[in-house]
Write a protein that binds this ligand. Sequence first.
Ligand code: ADP
Length: 394
Amino acid sequence: MNILILNAGSSSLKFSLFAFPSGRRLARGVIERIGEGESPVHIFYDQHRAEYRESVTDHREALEYLERLLPRLGILERFDSLSAVGHRVVHGGERFVEPTRIDEEVIEAIRSLVPLAPLHNPANLLGIEAMRALAPGVPQVAVFDTAFHRTVPPEGYRYAVPDEWYERYGVRRYGFHGISHAYVSREYARLRDVTLKNINMITLHLGNGASACAVAGGESVATSMGMTPLEGLVMGTRSGDLDPGIHFYMHRYVGLDPAQIDRILNHESGLKGLCGTNDMREIERRMGEGDPAAKRAFDIFVRRLIRYVGGYAALLGRLDAIVFTGGIGEHSAAVREAVAEGLGILGVRIDGEANRSSDTGSRPIHAAKSAVELWVIPTDEERQIARETYRLLS
Ligand code: ADP
């Protein structure tokens, strides 16, 4: 049976097609700049790679184009022949803690969560509604980025604000990147051939967005993103943790309004705010040239990580492994080395050579004498969504 996975952003649509039960990936790709004239389309299938340009004005036209493209490349005959479509949905609130079969009522419930994820949930809904219109007979499943964190206990998800803020307005930590944290934690257990039940680990998803997750026995028990994806680690353009008093100061004394503060903390802060770029490759290059702003941004990024991992290690009580993933986690040997060095007190020892090797697959990078295993595991959110969709339908 074939399962199509869609990850819809406001102007992009990522897709992956899997064959189950083998789990083989038949194709993956992305349609970018939807509604902006000529949309670049990239697709990878069967060792091939192709690029096209197509004018698509919205997500529905993007999917219609995909439905014409896939048969032309001999990948899939028609959307009608799919066994299911799995959608990534960023915010599931307190209600959606499992993969969920989509119907009208579920769509309305996802819509009701838009205030909690104003950028993401509306985009995810565009993909869902377009696909339902094109293939109404095919079962559709929503897999939520918040759901993996359903096991975080109240002392981990409640903020120290008036009880009423939680009870009436849902002010609590939800956490994100759950699909990725779930995938790499399961992948670690598979690669090590151990059962997750006995493992305590910390997974670090370091991409443009970044979050840490403490995983005990396969379950999330703490995570760094909060009610929104703005909290926690230093990110590409997001500040992460911040004294909440700064908001009032910038409002009252500098005159920024809430919308400006929101935009600056989400889009002009983090690595970019500190040194002008959110590209870790460029930061590393500039550090090599002695650029102090790049070095400072790198150090702030790493220090925040060390604080989180150290804190989570204490919460877990015993730490077996740290897993790095996401663009920076998978590719920045410098970040991994600096984080490992900062965690010496936990008995963490990195193998410098393994860390700097040009391998791109999953691999251990700890020294033989390390008390904690260190792994690089490339994330594959689409595969995790496909597995959860398959499990729900079978
Ligand atoms: P997104 O969260 O948008 O999916 P990615 O997971 O692709 O982002 O991560 C993007 C980050 O990964 C950027 O900071 C980029 O510079 C960094 N990155 C990608 N490749 C490398 C590399 N070879 N060395 C260092 N950083 C890298």
